[in-house]
Ligand binder design. Structure first.
Ligand code: OOB
Length: 552
């Protein structure tokens, strides 16, 4: 194979920079060890070639097999004209190819942009534009949806996406199995300080932001998580949530498990009927769930037909787990609960395995690193007293200092001295344990999926029968929060809620963003000044709705 050509020009550089004195400190403390994704996988493949790395419905790939495939794809991507530094939107479910593809991209110096299987054209086109992606990797079909249609729509909207690679039947595109070449002449491994991939933010205002994570910072976060969660080469980690989400990826996640030389088992869905047989068959020792799924598992476990006694640790996070649910984990599932409060931007907190039950049940844990700097401040930015609620700010060896290509978001989301404004309201207890109280921003945390009120309002405002709309989060026993659209119709004809929902789906947005409930109102209450902020309006609508007993 010919060596790859010059790096792409004209692309906005991908950067994530910490000030030099911080970088030196993080290196001196041994957090950043100049490891890279391809570097650690190559090493595991050399150390334990026969050990099983990845198990999915049909396949059991050893570390040697995974590495061989990753290198073949790396060479295949470059042979098809991609150049190191280019970005590739990857939208794959929990299948083995997720791993051969992303490690292939890492090995080639290409940069994955992680999309979730639920994303549709409006999200995918946004990621591709913002990241200036030149390729898109999808499966042919999954859960009844044909991703090749999405690929066609994407190329029509964003022609810069030159390559589409398909796992399975490719149609007019390139089959992943043809995207292979002899791994001679591959470039050297990427720089450990360079951006390894772009993760997707929860999107508190408007569209999702792109989060550049470096090899050094991200590998530290899951290597340290392994220690906190007891992951070793003997562990078996079940990926029940979508593999591309930051939580199952790095807390300690499948990447932590692979770093430890452990086994990763991929569950095509997170429900007990799918996951329990896998736990029994593979003797799964650890997994992670969002709270509504944890509740489902707790409900299903007593009547289960499968032996899930191998499970030692259950991580629950992504949204707040109530103490009532948390209390039941040990007695019902027979394993230790670890609450995890993290964010794709960086900071992750865990309760520790040997914490007293009281801490495990009632807090969302404490930070991974001794060098995580956490501030809890009032509206003016002044620190509040221990135990008082305030805004959480964070800075540290695996928390980003900037989003990619988004000056406005960066100005909003980071303080002058480099703290990330998480948007979460927390209380800090003695020992640094955090209890999440809520959120300052206006997103809906629907079963761990974050939905920006503004993004959905913008969609609905485009409907000809909608005059105005406010999207509000409503407490929900099962989901934690559900989304409710308060709509003022244009004219006297109110569209049917079902028709509005169908129309939204047609616009190509992830299904979880379609409002759970739509309530028509005549007008929005306004202040005497006839002017209130969207934020106030949403808060008022929520308060009125709840006061009326949740019925409207
Ligand atoms: C995880 O990451 P994201 O980026 O999808 O969402 C981050 C946000 C946090 O800022 C917070 O608002 C919420 O999700 N959150 C929690 C929570 N864990 C996350 N709120 C209350 N209690 C918790 N335990 O969701 C994520 C990333 C890594 C590990 C775990 C979760």
């Amino acid at each position: 194979m010919n060596p790859p050509g010059p790096p792409p020009t004209g692309l906005r550089p991908l950067r994530q920079d910490w000030p030099a004195e911080f970088a030196e400190r993080y290196r001196a403390a041994g957090y950043w060890r100049s490891e890279t994704f391809p570097g650690f996988l190559r090493q595991r493949a050399a150390e334990r070639p026969e050990a099983i790395a990845i198990v999915d419905r049909e396949r059991r790939w050893s570390y040697a097999e995974l590495w061989r495939r990753a290198e073949a794809h790396a060479a295949g991507f470059l042979a098809r004209g991609l150049r190191p530094g280019e970005r590739v939107v990857v939208q794959l479910g929990n299948i083995a190819e997720f791993f051969s593809v992303v490690f292939g991209l890492f090995r080639a110096g290409l940069v994955p942009v992680y999309a979730l299987p639920a994303h549709r054209i409006s999200e995918i086109a946004h990621f591709a534009r913002r990241a200036e992606a030149s390729a898109y990797v999808v499966a042919d079909r999954q859960d009844g949806f044909d991703y090749r249609d999405l690929a066609r729509a994407l190329q029509a909207e964003v022609p810069a996406v030159r390559h589409v690679v398909v796992v399975g039947e490719p149609g007019e595109f390139t089959a992943l199995e043809d995207c292979v070449a002899a791994p001679e002449g591959l470039p050297p491994d990427p720089d450990p300080q360079s951006v390894a991939f772009l993760q997707i933010s929860g999107g508190s205002t408007g569209l999702s932001k792109l989060i550049p994570r470096t090899h050094d910072d991200y590998i530290y976060s899951f290597r340290a998580s392994n220690e906190i969660c007891g992951v070793t080469a003997d562990s078996v980690f079940l990926v029940a949530l979508p593999a591309a989400h930051n939580f199952p990826m790095s807390s300690p996640g499948h990447m932590g498990a692979l770093h430890a030389g452990a086994r990763v088992v991929l569950s095509p869905a997170p429900d007990p009927a799918t996951a329990f047989p896998l736990i029994e068959r593979e003797r799964v020792t650890i997994t992670g769930l969002v709270p509504p799924l944890a509740l489902l598992w707790l409900q299903a476990a007593p009547a289960r037909r499968h032996d899930i006694s191998s499970l030692q640790v259950l991580l629950v996070g992504g949204a707040k787990f109530t103490p009532e649910g948390a209390k039941r984990v040990r007695p019902v599932l027979g394993c230790t609960l670890q609450q995890v409060f993290g964010m794709a931007e960086g900071l992750v907190n865990y309760t520790r395995l040997d914490d007293p039950e009281e801490i495990i049940v009632n807090t969302q844990g404490r930070p991974i690193s001794p060098d995580d700097e956490v501030l809890v401040v009032d509206d003016l930015g002044n620190p509040v007293a221990e135990g008082e609620a305030g805004h959480l700010l964070a800075r540290g060896p695996y928390t980003i200092r900037a989003y990619h290509n988004d000056d406005a978001a960066n100005a909003r989301s980071f303080t002058a001295d480099g703290y990330y404004r998480t948007g979460d309201i927390v209380k800090r207890l003695p020992g640094g344990y955090l209890v999440v109280q809520g959120r300052a921003g206006d997103h809906i945390n629907r079963a761990g999926e974050k939905i920006s009120a503004e993004e959905i309002e913008d969609h609905l405002l485009a409907h000809p029968d909608v005059f105005d709309v406010a999207i509000v989060s409503i407490p929900d026993d099962f989901l934690g929060e559900r989304s409710c659209a308060f709509v003022i119709a244009q004219g006297s004809e109110r569209p049917r809620p079902a028709a509005l929902k169908a129309w939204m789906r047609q616009r190509g947005i992830a299904d979880f963003k379609v409002p759970d409930q739509i309530i028509f109102v005549e007008r929005f209450a306004t202040t005497a000044a006839l002017k209130i902020s969207r934020k106030e309006l949403r808060a008022r609508l929520r308060a009125e709705f709840l006061q009326a007993g949740g019925a409207a």
